[in-house]
Design a protein around this ligand. Structure first.
Ligand code: HEC
Ligand code: HEC
Length: 321
């Protein structure tokens, strides 16, 4: 959190229109993270990030002005909402669990089935989905143009442009790229070599994790970002990746999530069907359910209760400080 404050201060000093240089010095959480990937057509600067933040938390983005992006992605819950499935306008329940937005700057694609390649276009999903904001970009542009403050704010950030699809989506994406989280006790142990950062139980959990889980949950974000079927169901109610590829070999395959801050993002899985970390550990312990597409990496673990506790304790060390 100290580093966020530091970032905020730097942004403040840099003033409005100075782009943040894309260098090794960009204050990303720790040395396991590569420099922040910033697209050439959407440079980061303080006033744009501030506008994006304001839009992110503004209910004007939903059809009846009742909910914002931040209603479902709550900062205090690592940008999730604590519910099994999302709740949008008019209390419409969605199909999926709200994922964390920490470190989305590093994701190669978005959504469970990987159907959207760019953070800039991703927001059109929630904006237009009936169970989420049920609105549209043209209607949003009209509403912002008619607002008392937005026309002036947009002019300050984008002097040569109007309130348009580019300026709206670029601002919200730039803000989301600042949502970074690392610096967990796991990082002290793994990246900074502090062997006293984890307790004996957590170290035992790490042993189990590195033997059974890092085939998929690896690298700085603890995901390889591939699509995997982990045997959550024998019959998947949601085709997931197959919706995009139309290939039955992809049925039930979903984007592997990051496990950073996983202790803060219950309930779990793409449909919120597992309530607690213990339920997740039990799922993996029995090797999931049978499905023809289940990854061969998912095998029964036959853990003792002490080992289950250790694995759960390890997962809790992934919370950013
Ligand atoms: C009604 C609740 C709700 C609202 C409002 C909402 N989201 Fe989401 N968000 C979700 C859910 C649920 C998913 C997962 C959907 C999926 O993968 O199919 C998601 C996924 C995402 C992702 C992809 C994360 C990943 O790991 O792939 C991003 C980025 C995101 N939302 C940003 C936003 C932004 C920006 C807004 C506002 C314009 C917004 N969300 C509004 C519920 C919501
Ligand atoms: C074959 C790849 C693979 C392996 C191996 C694997 N996982 Fe996963 N993990 C996934 C995928 C894919 C999901 C998302 C499943 C879903 O949403 O339905 C997931 C989800 C999770 C979640 C829930 C995250 C969330 O935010 O909902 C946790 C916790 C987790 N895994 C921990 C583990 C642990 C602990 C192990 C080792 C015992 C492990 N995983 C092994 C691929 C894997």
């Amino acid at each position: 959190m100290k580093r966020f404050a530091y970032l905020g201060f730097i942004l403040f000093l840099m003033g409005c229109s100075q782009p943040i240089p894309e260098t090794e010095e960009y204050p990303v959480p720790h040395h396991g993270f590569s420099p922040l990937p910033i697209p050439d057509n959407n440079p980061m600067y303080a006033s744009k990030i501030a506008l994006g933040e304001r839009l992110f938390f503004d209910p004007l983005l939903s059809v009846d002005s009742s909910i914002s992006c931040g209603t479902c992605h709550l900062p205090e819950k690592a940008f999730t909402d604590g519910l099994p499935k999302s709740v949008g306008v008019k209390n419409r329940v969605g199909k999926r669990n709200v994922p964390t937005l920490f470190n989305v700057a590093y994701h190669p694609y978005f959504f469970v089935e990987g159907g959207n390649p760019r953070l800039e276009t991703q927001m059109l999903g929630p904006l237009e989905t009936h169970e989420e904001m049920a609105f549209s970009l043209p209607e949003l542009i009209h509403r912002l143009q008619a607002d008392d403050t937005y026309p002036e704010l947009f002019k300050e950030v984008f002097p040569d442009r109007d309130i348009d699809p580019y300026t709206i989506t670029a601002s919200i994406a730039a803000y989301q790229r600042t949502l970074l989280s690392g610096n967990s006790r796991f990082d002290d142990f793994y990246y900074f070599g502090d062997s006293s950062a984890l307790t004996a139980e957590e170290l035992r959990g790490w042993q189990i994790f590195s033997a059974s889980c890092t085939g998929c949950h690896k690298g700085p974000l603890l995901t390889h970002f591939d699509f995997e079927n982990i045997g959550l169901y024998e019959v998947y109610p949601d085709l997931a990746r197959m919706r995009i590829t139309r290939d039955s070999a992809d049925e039930g395959k979903v984007k592997t999530p990051s496990l950073r801050n996983v202790a803060l993002t219950a309930p779990y899985m793409h449909d919120g069907s597992l309530a607690t970390l213990r339920d997740v550990v039990e799922h993996y312990n029995v090797g999931g359910k049978n499905h023809p597409n289940k990854s061969p990496l998912i095998q029964p673990l036959n853990l003792s209760d002490a080992d289950k506790n250790a694995l759960e304790a390890f997962l809790k060390t992934l919370t950013g400080k």
